[in-house]
Design a protein around this ligand. Structure first.
Ligand SMILES: *Cc1c(COP(=O)(O)O)cnc(C)c1O
Length: 383
């Protein structure tokens, strides 16, 4: 048998015909599909506005731009995330300030957020790691006390919720990615949601070079005139991708449920294994389970994480590691003078985390293959 990946896309016949239809239409980009997808997405997550962009990192960059992050500004980010979260701050010449994780959930530790705030702090970024929404009640109290905007990097968490409120409606800005491993895909793609029409307008301009009109608006007005009012980028998402996003979006509730069902089977099976500790899940969340992360109890094993990782790969289980704490990357150490010891909980967690396969297209056999392999490997290396 072949390697079972940790995640992968599902593309249906309906997806394919939606894209094919756009291919034969007048507008491959800046056409009507953009607004249609944005409207559906905003309504799905209970936000007033959604702005489509070319990928999740562009979404974060647009968010940093909309919040006026610039040179000398500090932005709080968790270290347990994908590098793009911190890079978006650097794109705007801001300084990411890394905050350590709660050891049970690996989410940003709110008590450490507060102590990282200085007079130069301009925003707080939280990441819904693995698909588990952060506690936005607690984070909002901190943000409001210090009058800071709050951005949720929700790239893992589409379909999830916190205290009954949808992910995407919980912070001032929320960002999403539509990379094929994420809950829905447009190949590459991203979205920012917000209730603030002014911020949405700014981000729509930013994704189009900060030019005042787009190609279609000029064509419809019979005009050639436009002005560039600030430095922007080409972060547009195409109509092909928006049509795909639109049909993919319909499947979010059903696919979230099937990942939750897989997670429930894992939880049950791993409760019997001494060496395996799944991340804790708060009663306040409906978990989107982009990732199912286990922490190995290394004192129960004669092997380290990389040996366990290799053994699981040898069983054709496409395990992965999310993430190397960002402050440990060579670039960040060089650029931001970070070093081991800065975020001890995340560094400890990094030595013992493994992401197991979880995606809606897995069948019962795949799920039991994973459980069997984890059980077998843990027994083989039991102390
Ligand atoms: C995937 C991801 C991103 C970046 O998204 P891209 O679409 O790959 O640019 C940013 N943050 C987190 C937490 C992600 O998982």
């Amino acid at each position: 048998s072949s390697l079972l990946p940790y995640s992968r896309q599902i593309v249906s016949e309906e997806d394919i015909s939606a894209v094919t239809e756009v291919l034969a239409s007048d507008w491959l980009t800046t056409g009507p599909k953009i607004e249609e997808f944005e409207k559906s997405f905003a309504s799905f997550v209970d936000a007033k506005e959604a702005v489509a962009v070319s990928n999740g990192t562009a979404a974060l960059h647009a968010g940093m731009y909309a919040l006026n992050i610039s040179k000398g500004d500090e932005v709080i980010v968790p270290t347990m995330t994908f590098a793009g979260t911190a890079n978006a701050v650097l794109f705007q010449e801001g300084t990411p300030v890394f905050v350590d994780s709660d050891p049970e959930t690996l989410l940003i530790d709110p008590s450490k957020v507060e102590s990282a705030i200085t007079k130069n702090t301009k925003a707080i970024v939280a990441v819904d790691y693995a698909g588990h929404s952060c506690d936005y009640d607690v984070l909002k109290i901190i943000a409001e006390k210090h009058q800071l905007p709050l951005l949720a990097d929700a790239c893992h968490a589409l379909g999830g919720s916190f205290k009954g409120k949808s992910v995407g409606s919980l912070a001032d800005l929320s960002t999403f990615s539509f990379h094929p491993v994420k809950p829905i895909t447009t190949g590459e793609g991203g979205m920012i949601t917000t209730d603030d029409a002014g911020l949405a307008q700014k981000m729509r301009q930013f994704r189009n070079h900060c030019i005042t009109t787009d190609h279609r608006e000029r064509q419809e007005q019979g005009s050639w005139f436009y002005e560039q009012v600030d430095l922007g980028y080409n972060y547009r998402l195409t109509d092909l991708q928006c049509a795909l996003g639109q049909t993919q979006l319909k499947n979010v509730p059903e696919r979230t449920k099937s990942r939750q069902a897989i997670a429930a089977k894992y939880d049950q099976a791993f409760a019997k294994l001494n060496a395996v500790q799944p991340l804790s899940v708060s009663d306040d969340v409906s978990h989107a389970y982009h990732l199912y992360v286990i922490q190995l109890k290394l004192d129960q094993l004669t092997a380290d994480r990389s040996q366990i990782f290799k053994a699981l790969r040898a069983e054709n289980i496409g395990v992965n590691v999310h993430y190397i704490p960002v402050h440990l990357h060579p670039f960040d150490r060089e650029e931001l003078k970070t070093a081991p010891g800065l975020c001890p909980e995340a560094e400890k967690a990094y030595e013992r985390i493994i992401s197991l396969p979880i995606f809606a297209g897995m069948d019962d056999q795949d799920v039991s293959d994973v459980i069997e392999a984890v059980t077998k490997v843990c027994q083989a290396y039991a102390v």
